[in-house]
Ligand binder design. Sequence first.
Ligand SMILES: *Cc1c(COP(=O)(O)O)cnc(C)c1O
Length: 434
Amino acid sequence: MQNISKSQNYFNKAKDLIPGGVNSPVRAFNSVGGVPRFIQKASGPYLYDVDGNRYVDTICSWGPAIVGHANEEVISAVKNSLSNGLSFGAPTEGETILSEMIKEHVSSVEQVRLTSSGTEATMSAIRLARGVTNKDKIVKFEGCYHGHVDSLLVKAGSGLLTLGNPTSGGVPKPFAAETIVLPYNDPQALIECFEAFPDEIAAVIIEPIAGNMNLVKPNKEFLKLLRNTCDKFGSLLIFDEVMTGFRVSLGGAQQILDIIPDLSTFGKVIGGGMPMGAFAGKKEIMKHLAPLGPVYQAGTLSGNPIAVAAGIATLNIVSQPNFFRSLELLTNELIVGLRDIARNCEVKDFSSDCVGGMFGLYFRPEIPKTFNDVLDSNIDLFKQFFHEMLTRGVYLAPSPYEAGFLSIKHEGKPVQEILEAAKESFNAINERKE
Ligand SMILES: *Cc1c(COP(=O)(O)O)cnc(C)c1O
């Protein structure tokens, strides 16, 4: 048996001092039960808990650790930056370098504003869209998550599903009333919505490849229709690439799908593990932001030099030739391997999919296309699999509604360790059933 006594003690103490013992809900293991592991350190593809257990990490800090934990180049860039001081409240050259890197790789981007989180980025992008269009309504899609922004916590995705709570308390009804929630991948609902509110929609915000209701790929025709409809009605199209940016490909989901949004938001990978976000788009739109224009947006620690250093070092690595090709092959090896193992173990409620370094494991026979498909999963099987894997040293996302993430350091042995653990786990579940 795995010894988790220190994690148990730390969690008990944390629960007294921190609501639920955690600073972001999914970490509490509410949807799988059991004791969240308190992490001491991480290296490459591995996490080490306070009791000395080692895990192959398939979350990668929910995406950022794409070059592996404590990557030498990233740590060294951060150390160099540290010795110059932590924050100046004045511009630094690094902010321009990072913005230039984002612009170089993401074709829709001309200007960038850095923030300290993905939530700030989506919140600011929406304010900007409203300011530019002089319209108030926002359209979002069921199962998409855009951070804990009041007006976007309307039937939001994973975190809330995990809590079994479709909307958040504390969001005034009039705020939510300005947000229209439509089903993902549903052209008819989209057309009807724009016909009902032709002059009122400031922007449509979407995860162009959804990763917060587990991984759900978009229908390309649907996204094309979305692009055309926004143009026709004078609404801005915002691609929330906080998760997919520099994760599914160097140019993000927009590159894979070949669709140009008006605004894009970023986070996760661009901070390399430090607090970071960004929103970006054409100069014509971005010039409405303060200090140039009337749309106010700011941040004491925005463009923080340490976070910027980590981001630059990370983007330097991911932009090397073949980085994404290798990562994609690796991720594909994992999901095909898992699919084969499930089939050999005669587990029917299992399917898997991936894009770039992001994957979905689904406890249902087929890959989901909609939010309702995702909800229709064998949750009991997922919970059993999660705990069997955890005790065998594989750390999966503690919720059936989250995507998984690999790093380039998972190549070789770590992926084999996951597959080996999966074989044993499915067998253990089958034996229990018999
Ligand atoms: C993680 C995420 C956010 C929120 O970013 P934070 O840094 O957690 O505030 C927003 N949108 C998407 C698509 C995300 O995956």
